[in-house]
Design a protein around this ligand. Structure first.
Ligand code: BGC
Length: 740
């Protein structure tokens, strides 16, 4: 309805512009979808009053900005993001609006998407969630998040794409393009260095430029330069003493200067702290501020925003000019024309069959088989009694976790998925095993599940063990959940180990059965002190609406697992470079990134620490052989591209997909460099016995490091090593060449 009114106003404006003669232009150029975008922007800008310009750069409600009603310029509506479309809240509040038509499809969390190592899955994800956003008339999707996995304690890792800048870059680009193909802007977040949660509103991050450019920025840069992202969300934290939402270096110099970003910098909700800095330092659109005396002295609370009346007064008093304002308005108009007023945008769709299938397929491809002794999985065809143990087998996981919390049309739990899958073939029973989080609501969305259970730990374990004794296969489904201090926004985990005495339970189960599969539902690595006692371990992330169906298809063998870890699983917390030595975490004040570029596997390898499961690791029900690595040349120069081709063969009896990974190492360097870094990967599908050649291009930019002295990327002449393998720790073939 609102859109209809806006369109009618636009029509009237267009007619009156024609009728009122050639004051400016006789034609409302900005309303002409066929006119060049920049001309439309300038035309609209020239028609706006100062107050209209001020109005368009800050919120009018929790999730919208007002547009220019007089000119028929549409409002902008934002939504979280990034795993599904958030249910509607009240105009001015975080409380639920209690609509009955805003249930969405929950897609797997972004850690799972990253674990697919499949760019096509990222595109499918982007298009599907973009369609749901469009259907709900949203213009800006607040996601995806690409903050780097630095510590396994960060409560928000589940919303991000892992520890490696190359993997995150490759996955974010198709996601952004997919979303934007629907006339919905991706808002890539949180820019930048939001790597911990508890003190996110105050922590001041210090790190070397080398770590900044090599590790923490590449995914944002890729989203902007290759993905063409139309908006970016500034993060809450400070960088070099200034809040990231109005940080000159991050926003003006790097994002808008070096990367030529022409979109809108949107503040995280409440991330703006200063009118002067917001004016000068690159913030374009302010959301979520909670200023003192919000309702005092102004008819509209939003007038008190930093970029509202305080900005207007500075301009009217002559203290600042209108130049920065015009630039912000241009960007907001550009975003509006690209989204809300995009005449070619599709209608979108909600919870379609295709969306459900997309959610399931992405989940299936992202599930990682970490360990599988004695071919314990897939579950034997003749299994007659399957015992499922653990709260996470039944707990709804789409509700909770913070701003990514959803209200779903349906969610199939692991237990339901298994029961449905084995109906008529095997008995699938469930026992509780442990009691974790029983709250069952987030921000007004209630699961309706009653998970209360007052039995003691001993009673719960005894019951589970008794059931396990009679089972053909025991599936423990545990891990973390979306409650505070687990995988949840606003706080960090307080321990690396599993909570709720799960370790004890797993050990007790392992003592009873030789067919134990541990399924971990989490977005973070956890300690596994029982690893040697169990047969199989499956990393199942948060899989969204189709959790149970995706999991059942993998455990039963209908789908051959092909996910690979997007971050390292360490044995213990101190093994993580970020948690060694002088580490303080979480940081209420300064966070100094002493691990520098040695984040994740880069650091584990540098220090010779053996991980529990390496970055890139993931097993299959079949086996793959790598052979015949050949390079197109033994030398290359800056303007040449080398190709590396490897033959991969499925040597097992099932068809399967393998992620072939290529890492590059600089044999000798003036600067410390990681032993090797991921620079290419490809996912290939192979039938039993089938071989395929996989070819990678290696250009000079894949050999570079960021030089602080030069202030840019440098490649040193000399020997380089290519490592081709099935994970960062499972290198099958090596090649060498000289860069001249
Ligand atoms: C989160 C953002 C989110 C925003 C709006 C903030 O607290 O950090 O990721 O998009 O809220 O809900």
């Amino acid at each position: 309805m609102r859109r209809l009114i806006i369109s009618l106003v636009a029509l009237v404006v267009a007619i009156s512009a024609v009728a009122s003669g050639p004051k400016r232009s006789t034609k409302a150029l900005y309303l002409d979808p066929n006119a060049p975008l920049e001309e439309r922007v300038e035309d609209a800008l020239s028609r706006m009053t100062l107050r209209e310009k001020i109005a368009i750069i800050h919120a009018q409600s929790k999730f919208s900005s007002p547009g220019v009603p007089r000119l028929g310029i549409a409002e902008l509506w934002c939504t979280d993001g990034p795993h599904g479309i958030r249910p509607e809240v009240l105009w001015d509040e975080w409380e639920q609006a209690c609509w009955t038509n805003d249930s969405c499809t929950a897609y797997p969390a972004l850690t799972c998407l990253a674990a697919t190592w499949n760019r096509d899955m990222a595109e499918l994800y982007g298009v599907s969630i973009g369609e749901e956003a469009r259907y709900r008339e949203k213009d800006v999707l607040l996601g995806p998040g690409v903050n780097i996995y630095r510590s396994p304690l960060c409560g928000r890792n589940f919303e991000y794409m892992g520890e490696d800048p190359y993997l995150a870059s490759e996955m974010v680009v198709p996601y952004v393009k997919g979303v934007q193909s629907q006339g919905v802007a991706a808002c890539v977040k949180h820019f930048a260095l939001n790597n911990e949660e508890l003190y996110r509103h105050q922590v001041d991050v210090e790190l070397s430029d080398r770590a900044l450019f090599e590790i923490y920025l590449p995914a944002f840069e890729a989203a902007v330069k290759r993905g063409g992202a139309w908006s970016i969300m500034g993060s809450y934290n400070k960088y070099q003493g200034t809040y990231a939402c109005h940080n000159d270096r991050l926003l003006n110099q790097i994002l808008k200067g070096m990367w030529q970003f022409d979109g809108v910098v949107i503040s995280d909700w409440g991330g703006t702290h200063s009118t002067e800095e917001a004016i000068r330092n690159g913030l374009d659109l302010e959301f979520g501020s909670w200023t003192d005396g919000l309702t005092e002295g102004a008819s509209n609370a939003y007038d008190n925003y930093y970029m509202a009346l305080p900005y207007l007064r500075l301009i009217e008093s002559g203290a600042v000019g209108a130049e920065e304002l015009d630039e912000k308005v241009r960007r907001v108009l550009r975003l509006t024309f690209r989204t809300a007023m995009n005449q070619n945008k599709p209608y979108g769709a909600m919870c379609s069959e295709e969306h459900i299938e997309a959610a399931r397929t992405i989940g299936e491809e992202g599930i990682v088989l970490l360990q599988n002794k004695r071919s314990n999985l897939p579950i034997a065809k003749d299994a007659k009694r399957i015992v499922v143990v653990g709260e996470n087998a039944v707990k709804m996981m789409t509700v909770g976790g913070g701003s990514s919390s959803l209200k779903v049309k349906h969610e199939c739990s692991p237990l339901e998925g298994l029961q449905r899958h084995y109906e008529g073939r095997a008995e699938v029973v469930w026992v509780r095993g442990y009691v974790g989080d029983v709250t069952g609501d987030y921000n007004g969305v209630v699961t309706g599940q009653n998970l209360e259970d007052n039995r003691t730990k001993e009673e719960l374990i005894a019951e589970a063990v008794a059931e396990a004794r009679t089972a053909d296969h025991v599936i423990f489904v545990g891990g973390l959940n979306k409650s505070e201090k687990q995988d949840c926004e606003g706080a960090d985990r307080t321990q690396y180990g599993l909570p709720y005495a799960q370790d004890e339970l797993i050990r007790a189960l392992a003592a009873e059965t030789k067919h134990l599969t541990v399924v971990l539902v989490s977005g973070n690595a956890v300690a596994m002190p029982w690893l040697g006692d169990v047969e199989s371990v499956v990393q199942a992330w948060y899989l969204g609406s189709e959790s149970g169906n995706a999991l059942a298809r993998v455990l039963s063998g209908d789908v051959n697992p092909s996910g690979k870890l997007p971050f390292t699983f360490g044995v213990k917390l101190e093994d993580y470079p970020s948690h060694s030595g002088e580490c303080t975490f979480p940081n209420p004040d300064k966070a100094y990134y002493h691990d520098d570029i040695f984040v994740g596997y880069r650091g584990f390898e540098e220090r010779g620490t053996k991980p529990l499961f390496a970055f890139g690791h993931g097993l299959s029900y079949t086996t793959f052989k790598y052979s015949n690595l050949r390079l197109s040349s033994a030398t290359m120069s800056a303007d040449e591209t080398l190709t590396a081709t490897v033959t991969v063969t499925n040597t097992g009896r099932r068809s399967g997909k393998e992620v072939v990974q290529l890492y590059v190492g600089d044999a000798e360097s003036a600067q410390p460099r990681p032993n090797k870094e991921l620079k290419e990967f490809a996912k290939v599908e192979l039938q039993p016995g089938e071989s395929k050649d996989v070819t990678f291009d290696i250009s000079a930019d894949k050999l570079c490091y960021y030089s602080i002295e030069v202030g840019g990327w440098v490649v040193e002449p000399g020997e380089f090593v290519l490592y081709v393998g099935a994970s960062s720790a499972d290198v099958r073939l090596k090649g060498e060449f000289t860069f001249r």
